[in-house]
Design a binder for this molecule. Sequence first.
Ligand code: ADP
Ligand code: MG
Length: 261
Amino acid sequence: MCRVISVANQKGGVGKTTTCVNLGIGLVRAGKKVLLVEADAQGSMAVSLGIAEPDELEVTLVNIMEKVINDDDVELGEGIIHHEEGIDFIPANIELAGLETSLVNVMSRETILRQYLDCVKREYDFVIIDCMPSFGMITINALVAADSVLIPVEAAYLPVKGLQQLIKTIGRVRRKLNPTLDIMGILLTKVDRRTNFARDISAQIREVYGNKVHIFENCIPMSVKAAETTAEGKSIYLHDPKGIVAGGYFSLTQEVLADEE
Ligand code: ADP
Ligand code: MG
């Protein structure tokens, strides 16, 4: 059984990509087979995994989705890159923005990604989708393809409004397109442990959302080491194995695994 997790928040810079990469590689280190899918035209997941110029890639998620749209066969493993840390990934680049616009005229446009994942999913224990910071058709595709949504929230201010909107969108997708979609939880990211402010935000989020949505026990601390990994093309486990962010993502991985049992 494979679990498909979409990592979503329409706000940028909250740690979606960092979470996809380090939760994904955390699960690999725990012996799981994991595929990461970049559903973001920015290509920052590709960069985080060592591809310096994603816009120069020949094959990306766009080609795969176009094949599904045209009813062409996607070969096993096509477009999937193997990273040296044992994770598989499908990168994206700027062309995804163009595909998003052209999806408007496509039949079953919300289910293109799901149709593709239904074919490759049996090869993996987890598929993790890195969403773009918007509610466009690509993000809807990611929510339709998912079993669960993980919501990273930056513990920098109380993001009540944005979160309400996201939870509402997830509810709408559940009612209309994907009845079994669940919210796996809110993950607090970039938590500055030196300030009371971050603690206050965490407490407030628990107060406002705690009875509606699961909130992960572990949060991800703020550290410049996390920011550095993006340029390194490797996970935090290799870049700063003993650091607080590696510890945070290790604990999150354990929490996700415990949830499977
Ligand atoms: P998103 O995908 O939501 O836009 P990213 O994962 O790309 O967010 O993170 C945004 C920026 O914050 C990146 O520059 C990243 O390196 C940095 N960052 C992510 N997590 C942390 C952290 N725990 N501490 C410090 N910086 C972080
Ligand atoms: Mg991102």
